[in-house]
Structures are given as C-alpha cells and as structure tokens.
Unconditional design. Structure first.
Length: 327
C-alpha cells in the first residue's frame, strides 16, 4: 500500500529574483513523496502564476488526483487523469524516482537514455537598471553563459550593453519574457546582434507571436511561454528556432521525453530550462538536457541554500545528481 504526501516548502533566494512580471525573495515549491514499503520517490514542482497556477490549487489538485487513481496511479494513467502543468510534474517525477529506487535501476536507464554527464548551465541575471546589471555581470564574468532578463522598456539595449561590458567573454541569452511588440522585435534583434547575443527567448506575447512567421532575424528565437507540451508543437515551426523545455510546463519527465523527440523531428533545437527551485527539480531536467544546445538549470545557484544531497556545481558545471537526491 503506497502512502503519498504533498508538502509546500519555502526556500530563500539569494537577494531577489526579478523579471518583467515582478520580483520575489523566496521560492515556493511543492514536494510530492510516494512511499512504498522501504522505498521512497520524490518530485518537486513550482506552480507559476503566468499559467494561472497557485501553490494552494496545485497542491489540492495533486492530492485529488492521487486519491482518485489510488493504486492505479501510474505514469501512464497520470497523463490521462491530470492536466499538463506543475502538479503533474511533481507526481510524474516522484513515480519515476520510486520505480528507480524499487528496481535498483537509475531513471536514465529506465528511460532508455545515455548515462548522464556534467553540463554547463547558464546563470541568470535579474532584471534591473543598466548600472546594476553591469555590476552583476562583472561578478559573474567568469561564467561562460549568462542569461539576462529584460523588461520591454527603452532601457533594454542599455541593459544588454552593460552586461556585455561587464562580461566581455560570456555567451549571452536574452529573455524578453513576452515584453516586445511586433513593431519593434526585428529592430531589437538587429540591435542586439552587435552585442554577441546567441539566443532571444520569447520576444512577443504568446497571442501575438504569429508576427514572427517569415521574419529573418540575425539572432535565433526560442519559444518559452509559447511552448508547453506535444500539443501545438507543429505551429511553432516557422516561428521559432528553439523551444525551451521545462518539466513544469510539460507536466513531467514522461511528456518531456516525447517533446524532445518531437522537436528533433521538426528540426527545432532545444533549450532546457527551469523555475527557481532546488536540486530536486533540476535532477530529472538534467536527463533531458544531456543533448540540449542550451542548458538553463541554475535554480539552486539562485537560492540562499539548497537541500541535502543537492547537485554539486563547480562554477557553472553541474555534476549528475546523486541517487540519494533523485533517480
């Protein structure tokens, strides 16, 4: 007989984390724990208000789904019983972890993947004034890949210029968080090309991104808020060059694996991203990030502290997760 618990945890952020939609000083996560005899599986998710999710509602949905399925709670049944989103992610990853613990076989083998290796992750600089972002970039100039949040205001070019000045050798990803318009997106991309920007995430609001079709941009575009799971993938072809795969969007590792295969068939390149969360959320994401063109799994680096057995970082290099943590 399995026992399932759902806990809400709060983890302090080192300073604050700011994007165009607001700031926060702590990460609120949901941890699902499934116990079966001496074995325990865990999964972590971060509900996101942009997708009309609240911590309270998602926690309640997880409990209701687990109770409804009972002993029929499997990864396959979960895909049909629960809508794609953060809650399904936590349950799905907990089921993967439990199977790995019970079988003695790591998740990467269960999923038919190659053994995970170290990864270089981007490091995110919060939205701020150009002067503040210059100082932040200087402090992180040793990192090979920096991702900067911008806000869709007239200072965006100045922000990127400041980061480039502060970190002259780093590769840059710019995350517009739906902040630009159809009228300025090409001008912005053209201007940023002079600063060595390698990728632009979600330049336009989801409902306006058809304006990207047919544009010839000097910098590739990556779908984030426009890309969730398998549904709607075909529409992204011709709009974006990359998709940002996040487990809280796909609803877990199970669908993420299918999304990766689908994207490759459609010649879409891959970025694997995360919310601000602990290493428990990064561990399953690391498995799908092994062959990604860009990796953005810096959640634990943005926290004041991480959980026990957390992923080890040496600068921006991530070690594969210990099995005591997950998988």
């Amino acid at each position: 007989m399995r026992d399932i618990s759902v806990e809400i945890e709060t983890w302090p952020i080192a300073g604050s984390f700011t994007i165009s939609r607001g700031s926060k000083t702590e990460a609120e996560v949901i941890v699902v724990t499934i116990r079966n005899g001496d074995h325990t599986g865990r999964g972590e998710c971060v509900p996101y208000g942009r997708y009309n999710e609240t911590v309270k509602d998602v926690a309640a949905s997880i409990k209701a789904t687990a109770m409804s399925l009972g002993e029929d709670l499997t990864r396959e049944n979960l895909q049909r019983a629960m809508a794609r989103g953060a809650g399904r992610n936590a349950l799905d990853c907990a089921l993967w972890d439990l199977e790995a613990k019970m079988s003695g076989t790591p998740v990467w083998q269960l999923a038919g993947l190659a053994k995970p290796h170290t990864l270089n992750t981007a490091y995110t600089l919060s939205l701020d004034t150009p002067d503040a972002m210059l100082k932040a970039a200087q402090a992180q100039a040793h990192r090979p890949l920096l991702k900067l949040k911008i806000g869709g205001t007239g200072d965006d070019i100045a922000r990127v210029a400041a980061v480039r000045k502060g970190a002259p050798h780093a590769l840059l990803i710019v995350d517009a968080n739906e902040g630009w318009t159809a009228d300025n997106v090409l001008d912005m991309a053209t201007a940023l090309a002079g600063y060595g920007v390698a990728l632009i995430e979600q330049p336009l609001p989801v409902k306006e991104d058809e304006a990207l079709r047919g544009l010839t941009s000097p910098i590739p575009f990556c779908a984030d808020e426009s890309a969730h799971g398998l549904e709607g993938m075909t529409r992204l072809v011709g709009l974006y060059d990359y998709i940002n795969v996040k487990l809280d969007k796909t609803g877990g590792l199970t669908e993420a694996l299918s999304v990766m295969r689908c994207a490759r068939r459609r010649n879409l390149k891959i970025m694997v991203g995360c919310m601000v969360a602990t290493s428990l959320a990064m561990a399953p994401a690391m498995l799908i990030a092994q062959d990604a063109e860009f990796v953005d799994l810096d959640g634990p680096l943005l926290l004041a502290r991480d959980r026990d057995h957390g992923i080890r970082f040496t600068g921006s290099v991530m070690e594969p997760a210990e099995r005591e943590l997950w998988g």
